[in-house]
Ligand binder design. Structure first.
Ligand code: RIB
Length: 334
């Protein structure tokens, strides 16, 4: 049998309004009464029906966040930034992981619409934003995270990945490397396509330099390890002298294959740079050079933009783009 707020009030010998105050505005109630009500809640096992409360309040206090890969520390940091900003506004964040799959992304967008969340932060798995548009047309704002959408009618918060790719390849070229391999991901993911495009631009400016692509199905350590093993198995003259990994997880896998499983040296034989600068990039067997994204700032800024849109749906869309930052460590000779 479901325990109601009335049962708690009877058990504690107070009114339903006092129980509501203890739950929502405990500072408005004496300590003794708070203790008595909380004891009654524990004794009866009462759990507040937040969905009903939010419906009565007319506005949800929950925000949906859909990330591409919940296993990637970059998105954990984005989520942390969003949660910190949400908490300052009395909001909570529900996390969904699309695994870069459209069907899962669409399922989470539908779930968040059913929940009538206040808004959704979305790191999109594809260029198609039809489901996100439908949500917005039904009055639930959507802000794109980790992907810019200039010229589109969505607000977005991300890093300039073309510039990030150009900085990464430019750093390798400055180290004298001329045979660069871009490893990881599929071009269907805008982040990967932009990083490669930026690297191509940098390489095109240097006489005798060239870049090859080694795509992988996923942006994971295992995918990086397989790509690294393929490179290590090549004849020396066929190997690149530098690798730009599409993100740090791929770079960690590449490094395992080259250094720990192969007999190659980083950076002496092959320089290696990643992207994101996740926390454990600096503690890899050869500390990893990377392109830093301000992940927590991306998350908190996206939440702030979403909250403003929820308060005023007529706000113009805004594209917020942060600068990527080169963090040099031993894996490129730093
Ligand atoms: O999910 C793919 C990548 O895109 C992440 O590693 C992060 O770099 C994001 O921008």
């Amino acid at each position: 049998m479901t325990v109601s707020i009335r049962d708690v009030a009877t058990r504690a010998g107070v009114s339903v309004g006092t129980v509501s105050n203890v739950l929502n505005r405990p500072k408005a109630v004496s300590d003794a009464t708070v203790d008595r009500v909380r004891q009654a809640i524990d004794d009866l096992g009462y759990v507040r029906n937040d969905a009903a409360r939010q419906l009565r309040a007319g506005r949800s206090t929950t925000v949906g966040l859909i990330v591409l890969d919940a296993g990637n520390p970059f998105f954990a940091d984005v989520a942390r930034g969003a949660e910190d900003a949400a908490a300052q506004r009395g909001l909570s964040v529900l996390l969904g992981n699309s695994d870069e799959r459209r069907d899962r992304e669409d399922a989470y967008l539908a779930l968040f619409e059913e929940q009538r969340v206040r808004g959704v932060l979305l790191s999109p798995s594809s260029e198609t934003l039809a489901a996100a548009r439908r949500l917005r047309d039904h009055g639930i704002p959507v802000v794109l995270v980790d992907r810019t959408a200039p010229g589109s009618d969505f607000s977005s918060v991300a890093v300039d990945d073309i510039r990030g790719g150009s900085i990464a390849a430019g750093h390798l070229l400055e180290q004298g490397r001329r045979r660069i391999a871009f490893v990881g991901g599929q071009r269907s993911l805008r982040q990967v396509a932009d990083r490669f495009a930026g690297a191509e631009r940098a390489v095109a400016k240097v006489e005798g330099a060239h870049i090859e692509r080694l795509p992988t199905d996923q942006l994971t350590v295992l995918a990086g390890r397989d790509a690294g093993a393929e490179i290590a198995a090549r004849a020396p003259e066929d190997r690149p002298d530098a690798i730009f990994a599409a993100n740090d997880l791929v770079a960690v896998g590449v490094m395992q294959a080259l250094v720990m499983m192969g007999s190659l040296r980083v950076p002496e034989d092959i320089a290696l740079i990643g992207y994101d600068d996740i926390a454990f990039a600096q503690s890899t067997v050869v500390p990893l050079t990377s392109i830093r994204q301000p992940a927590q700032l991306i998350g908190s800024t996206a939440l702030d933009v979403l909250a403003a849109l929820a308060d005023d749906p007529t706000r113009a869309a805004e594209t917020i783009e942060y600068e990527p930052e080169l963090i040099v460590r031993e894996s490129t000779g730093g």
